[in-house]
Design a protein around this ligand. Structure first.
Ligand SMILES: Cc1cc2nc3c(=O)[nH]c(=O)nc-3n(C[C@H](O)[C@H](O)[C@H](O)COP(=O)(O)OP(=O)(O)OC[C@H]3O[C@@H](n4cnc5c(N)ncnc54)[C@H](O)[C@@H]3O)c2cc1C
Length: 400
């Protein structure tokens, strides 16, 4: 009989518990300082984007800016198909959305939470509502001190996510933790002209990202203006790939957006034609053929172009300014919006973890799973997939 303590009742810890408890000789305890599985409720805007429809594990691993190679063996054992099968088996039917993100048919993260909780109860997993403060390794296992008392476990899993004191607990046991940075976050920009169009979104546009006058990446996705900067899936992606670049007001991250997905010369020709054919129309109406009207108004105001100037009367200089704004609108990102990040980049150093078991290579009988690790993915279901997969691998290792 093994006493197994799992610190953290988020998606990773719960997945681990469910598989560890399949062995009747294991007595499994989940310790959580808060309400178990509450962290799943806001996922996917309450709909729980639990996976992504990519069945090739090497292709799937490409969606993780940190952890890609480490995930190969893990995703080869538990990946998209296994996630869907697992959830179907516990009564959660799933569907694939047009953009390949996978959701429960109910579009409800509550349903996912309840289905997982049912498994916890069915498998007699004990829930302890306690905050773990200290862990001591002993020859027989682990002595765990919480805000409510003291426990001994033969084996221990740390699944405390990207925030909180899990990293300090890992460090106290001798593990290295790589630098933690916010990822998947909105960006605060120097440009404030667009505050009035906060909330306006643009579908699938391209961004070129530069830092220190060097191109970092070209990325695409949906984009959103905010009151103090930029956001949306495209910006989350940028923040993730640039998580470790030290940009600030002195040395900003330059983001050049192509709002019309057209080459500037081609667009210049197209706009020139359009200005001729709509010569009697106000310029605002002509530009609104390419971008939302409120945004067109902001672009014109920014360039001091009167809204009611007739399209046929627009000077070449003004036309070129409009083309520049629509094909290479530039934002200087000064910092990320702190505290609102979706995931934490960095975590327990993967060099010290055995990907076949999720066991520590330096402390026997210690395991890690989920976001506490130096693994983070883009938006699209990849971060929960990391939880299901690493949770499964650690649970399976504890089952054996
Ligand atoms: C708003 C939002 C939306 C998201 N949407 C998606 C999405 O749609 N798809 C996706 O793939 N990912 C999404 N994510 C990311 C995803 O939710 C996380 O990556 C995931 O929850 C991490 O799971 P985890 O189990 O590793 O840690 P967590 O979910 O953070 O759970 C850790 C648990 O450990 C407990 N804990 C921490 N420290 C202690 C301690 N010392 N003692 C006891 N308990 C402790 C906490 O109370 C918590 O319950 C979203 C994140 C956010 C914030």
């Amino acid at each position: 009989m093994s006493n197994i303590g799992i610190i953290g009742g988020g998606p990773a810890g719960i997945m681990c518990a469910i598989f560890a408890a399949k062995n009747p000789n294991n007595k499994v305890f989940i310790l959580d300082k808060s309400i178990i599985l509450n962290t799943i409720l806001p996922t996917g805007g309450g709909r729980c984007n639990l996976a992504y429809c990519e069945y090739n594990f090497k292709e799937l691993a490409k969606f993780y800016p940190r952890g890609e190679k480490f995930l190969y063996s893990i995703l080869s054992k538990f990946s998209t198909a296994d996630t869907i099968e697992f959830f179907n088996n516990i009564g959660v039917e799933t569907y694939v959305q047009e953009d390949l993100r996978i959701f429960p048919v109910s579009d409800s993260s509550k349903e996912v939470k309840n289905a997982l909780l049912k498994q916890i109860d069915r498998k007699n997993i004990k829930k302890l509502f306690e905050n773990v403060l200290k862990i001591k390794k002993t020859p027989q296992g682990f002595d765990v001190t919480t805000d409510k008392g003291f426990h001994h476990f033969d084996k221990l899993v740390i699944a405390t996510g990207g925030k909180g004191n899990g990293h300090s607990l890992a460090k106290s046991l001798g593990h290295n933790v790589t630098e933690l940075r916010p990822a998947l976050s909105s960006l605060i920009t120097k440009e404030k002209d667009f505050a009035s169009v906060s909330g306006i979104s643009l579908k699938n546009i391209e961004a070129q990202v530069f830092f220190n006058n060097k191109k970092v990446k070209t990325l695409s996705g949906d984009f959103l203006f905010t009151h103090n900067g930029i956001s949306g899936p495209l910006v989350y992606k940028i923040s993730s790939y640039c998580a470790y670049l030290n940009f600030d007001d002195k040395n900003p991250l330059k983001i050049v957006l192509n709002l019309v997905n057209k080459d500037s010369q081609d667009f210049d020709k197209e706009l020139s034609e359009s200005l001729k054919t709509s010569a009697q129309k106000d310029i605002l109406n002509t530009v609104s053929n390419y971008i939302p009207k409120n945004l067109a108004a902001v672009v014109l105001k920014k360039e001091n172009i009167s809204h009611d100037i007739k399209s046929g009367q627009l000077s070449k200089q003004f036309r070129e300014k409009i083309v520049k704004n629509l094909t290479s609108l530039t934002f200087n990102a000064l910092k990320v919006t702190r505290g609102e990040e979706i995931v934490t980049a960095g975590g327990v150093d993967l060099k010290e973890i055995d990907s076949k078991t999720m066991g520590s290579k330096i402390v026997s009988d210690l395991y890690f799973c989920g976001e506490i690790l130096d693994i983070d993915g883009l938006t699209g279901g990849f971060n929960l997939q990391n939880c299901w997969s690493t949770g499964y691998i650690s649970g399976k290792a504890l089952y054996l």
